[in-house]
Design a protein around this ligand. Sequence first.
Ligand SMILES: Nc1ncnc2c1ncn2[C@@H]1O[C@H](COP(=O)(O)OP(=O)(O)OP(=O)(O)O)[C@@H](O)[C@H]1O
Ligand SMILES: [Mg+2]
Length: 259
Amino acid sequence: MTVLTEAATAIYIENLRKTFSEGKDAKSHYILDNVNLQIHEGEFFILLGPSGCGKSTLLNMIAGFIEKTDGQLSVNQTEIKQPGRDRGMVFQQADGALFPWLTVQENVEFGLRMKKVPKKERQELSSHYINLVGLSGHEHKFPKALSGGMKQRVQLARVLANDPDILLMDEPFGALDAMTRRTMQKELIRIWRETSKTVIFVTHDIQEALLLGQRIGIMSVGPSSKITTIYDTNLSYPRDITDMNFHEYYRKIQNHFDE
Ligand SMILES: Nc1ncnc2c1ncn2[C@@H]1O[C@H](COP(=O)(O)OP(=O)(O)OP(=O)(O)O)[C@@H](O)[C@H]1O
Ligand SMILES: [Mg+2]
C-alpha cells in the first residue's frame, strides 16, 4: 500500500531570534523575534514584508552568512552554521555580489570552476544560463559596463549554473524595468517547475508575491519582527493578475498591511 506523506521539510525554523547589539540590552534590540517557519522541499515560498523588517537578515541566516542569536535553524535536518553548496543566494545588491575583475561569463562559471567542472561543460552551462537570463552577447563584458538589471541577471545565471537545491532570492527583480521583471518572473517559474528546486523569495511587492508564490509568509514591521500569517495561495500557474481569485488574495494581503 502506498502511503502518501507530506513533502519533506527542507528548512526548519523555530523560535529564531536575531539581535545585532551585544551586552545586556541586546534583548531590547531584537530585529527578528520568535520566527517560526517550515519550508517544504520543492516549495516556492515568499517572504513578504515592509522595508527594514528583517527579510534580508532572515535570508542571510538561512544562507549561513550571518549567525542566529537564538532558536533553531536547520536545512535538511542539519543545523545551519555556514554557507553550503546546497543553498544559492541572489543578493539584493548586485554590486559586491559579482567579482568586478571577472567577465560576465567568468562570473557565471566561478562556482563551476571551484567544483572543477571541465572547461567544455562549464562553457556549455554558462552559455545556457547566460542565454536564459537574456544576456547573450554580453559574455565578455565586465560588471562595471552593465546596468543594475543586467548585473542582477548575471547573479541569477551564476546561481542557476551552480544548481543548488535551495534558491534564496532577495528582491532579485527589484531593480529591473517592468518588462524585464515580468520576463524574469516567468522564467523563474518555468525553471522552478522544471527543476523542482526549493525557492525562498523575498519581496515587498504584493503583486510579485502573488504571481510567484505557493505560500506567502507575511512579516510584521520591525523591530521584533516575526511571520504573523501565512497565505496558502491556491492559484494555478501561470498566474493571471486579472483573475478574480488573484484580486481577492491581493485585497486580503493589502488589508493586512493597511491595518
Ligand atoms: N549588520 C547590521 N548591523 C546592525 N543592524 C543591522 C545590520 N543589518 C541589518 N540591520 C538592521 O536590521 C533591520 C532589518 O534589516 P534588513 O536589511 O534585514 O531588512 P529588510 O526587510 O531586508 O529591508 P529592505 O526591504 O529595505 O531590504 C534594520 O533595522 C537594519 O537597520
Ligand atoms: Mg533587504
